[in-house]
Design a protein around this ligand. Structure first.
Ligand code: N01
Length: 541
């Protein structure tokens, strides 16, 4: 890719540095370079573009949003030319799509791969960011835009003895590009979130034996993946203007209607029929069956009970079914997974479920995993244990603000942002889908495009007005954090105590509800209003 000679001692000067070459970084590069004419460099840690999809190549990895709207909406030609082959795109197809976009827009020449940002500090005398990389390069730029994704810092739990394990172990979010051969192997998988639920059925088909170590039982809706027919594809392409309009006006960036009726407003029989229909259709849309599934406990109970019954119907052994049944949280209060044959997998002879609530892990031994009840011998351990979500990817950049204060310190009690776009004390730093924005509660490309468009318009404004510096005001951030809490508390989301939305999956992480739960359309409206009001809440000079 970009072939500029790398000279460790020399400072390379740009108008903007973007960190990350996934969905966000690619679009931000296009906007700043091709619309504003800025000199831009994208620094990407991986040896390929694709962000999340570069790293997450575990068995069964495919997107939970449907392909026809898990993509960019800003370019008509790309939208019309690209052909999705399945209802949900598998990881190689998403990488091919992003490569197609990057080639079409000639983005690669400004992307520097295998370049890990190890530090960034704001030079307040010159109003610019000084960025350092692992290989010793130095960059300077007026603007620093993080496009690092929300789920890119792998969480490998500190289980004693891991270093003694004689077999191989892998985290799903850093999967070997050459794949892993499970043939005839005894595999242990820790974790039953969206990732584990996608991976287990595929691993079970290949492995000699699979043991799934489950800490918290999860709900899951069948994905009902299938090939896209040419007619379907044609119809979708003809309706894109309406599809995008719907996605942007929705609460979660998905182009489907959320029912306006409440779950308890219809008789039991009709409610069950609605759930059955949603179950047969499959996918994340299940939670749109009623308007109040995430607002009313009684409504949520009806969905949760329906899904618990489905587990009992699918899983033949009643004891295993009971262990697989979530009792501690309501449906969709944690990010709901979708699956292909997840619960069915536990009917296989070569699959065993270990409930870590009954027998917690004590240690990893050279031979496998030892719980309080015994040792499970394994050749391979798969950590499907999730991520240090939302804040982890930002904190790992070692960013220091204008007074030299580390971001890690500024966020010791949890992320403090204004609109999830900026944080006080860190001028000219923009975060795409940062904590405090709807991000992971939405269909990501919609949230990404909204942020990139807003950031681009803001930088355009600054250049037109001859401004050098923009910073979120402390009181604006304080009010926004309060509003983020208020929006979360108006829903049932904070009630799932083991949720990564709250940082609960990482020991020692502050328990703060991080994404904005007030809805994508409402959020986008607030951002537009703020800009129209002369960037209310930001200090510009
Ligand atoms: O991670 P998770 P994920 N000992 O945090 C368990 C997106 N995504 O990678 O619930 C034992 O959800 C943990 O248990 P508990 C999507 O937004 C998207 O699955 O904390 N177990 C849980 O079961 C998703 O929500 C797609 O008690 C431990 C699991 O590991 C997000 O990524 C596909 C443990 C982690 O689940 C994250 O999903 C996949 C320990 N010490 C993911 N630590 C697509 O759209 C953690 N666990 C394709």
């Amino acid at each position: 890719m970009a072939a500029a000679a790398r000279q460790p001692a020399e400072v390379q000067v740009y108008d903007a540095i973007i960190v990350g070459a996934g969905f966000s970084g690619l679009y931000q590069l296009h906007k700043l370079r091709d619309e504003l004419g800025l000199r831009v460099r994208v620094l990407e840690k991986g040896d390929g573009i694709g962000g999340t999809w570069h790293w997450n190549r575990y068995p069964g990895a495919r997107c939970d949003s449907e392909s026809y709207y898990y993509c960019y909406s800003f370019n008509k030609e790309i939208e019309q030319e690209w052909e999705w082959t399945e209802r949900y795109p598998e990881h190689p197809e998403i990488r091919r799509y992003l490569d197609f976009v990057a080639t079409r827009l000639d983005l690669k020449r400004d992307i520097q791969l295998s370049t890990e940002v190890t530090g960034a500090r704001f030079d307040k005398a010159r109003n610019l960011w000084v960025v350092a990389t692992r290989s010793g390069e130095r960059f300077e730029a007026r603007f620093l835009v993080t496009a690092v994704g929300c789920l890119s810092t792998a969480n490998v739990p500190k289980i004693p003895g891991l270093e003694t394990f004689a077999g191989q172990w892998y985290h799903t979010g850093a999967w070997p590009h050459e794949g892993v051969d499970f043939t005839g192997k005894r595999v242990g998988q820790i974790g039953t979130g969206s990732t584990g639920i996608q991976a287990a059925p595929v691993i079970a088909e290949q492995a000699g034996h699979l043991t799934v170590f489950q800490r918290t039982a999860n709900y899951s809706i069948p994905a009902r993946n299938r090939p896209m027919s040419p007619e379907e594809s044609r119809e979708i392409k003809a309706s894109y203007p309406e599809i995008w309009e719907k996605a942007r006006s929705a609460t979660n960036g998905h182009p489907f209607d959320v029912a306006t009726r409440g779950a308890l407003s219809v008789p039991e029989e009709e409610r069950q029929a609605i759930y059955e229909q949603a179950w047969d259709r499959g996918g994340l849309r299940f939670r749109a069956s009623f308007s109040d599934i995430l607002l009313s406990q009684a409504a949520n109970d009806t969905a949760s009970d329906f899904l618990r019954r489905k587990i009992r119907e699918v899983v033949k052994d009643p004891e295993v079914a009971e262990r697989l049944t979530p009792r501690d949280h309501g449906f969709a209060t944690k990010r709901p997974p979708i699956d292909t044959n997840y619960f069915e997998t536990f009917n296989r002879d070569n699959v065993l479920l270990v409930d870590l609530k009954e027998e917690p892990i004590v240690e990893i031994t050279p031979r496998g995993i030892r719980t309080t009840k015994g040792e499970y011998e394994l050749d391979i351990i798969v950590f499907a244990t999730g991520f240090d979500a939302l804040t982890g990817p930002l904190l790992s950049l070692n960013i220091e603000g204008e007074e030299g204060q580390p971001l890690r310190k500024a966020w010791a009690e949890g992320p403090r942002t204004y609109l999830g776009l900026q944080t006080p004390g860190f001028p000219n730093l923009f975060m795409i889908t940062g904590p405090g924005s709807p991000s992971v509660l939405t269909n990501m490309p919609i949230a990404i495009e909204q942020h990139v468009d807003w950031i681009t318009a803001c930088i355009r404004h600054m250049r037109e007005e001859g401004l050098e510096r923009i910073e979120a005001k402390p009181d604006a951030a304080e009010n926004w954090v309060a509003h983020v809490n208020e929006a979360a508390n108006a829903t049932l989301l904070p009630m799932a105590s083991s949720s990564w939305y709250l940082g609960a999956n990482v020991p020692g992480k502050p328990r703060v509800f991080m994404p904005y739960a007030g809805g994508m359309a409402r959020y986008a409206g607030i951002c537009s209003e703020v800009a129209r009001d002369g960037y209310r809440g930001f200090a510009l000079r």
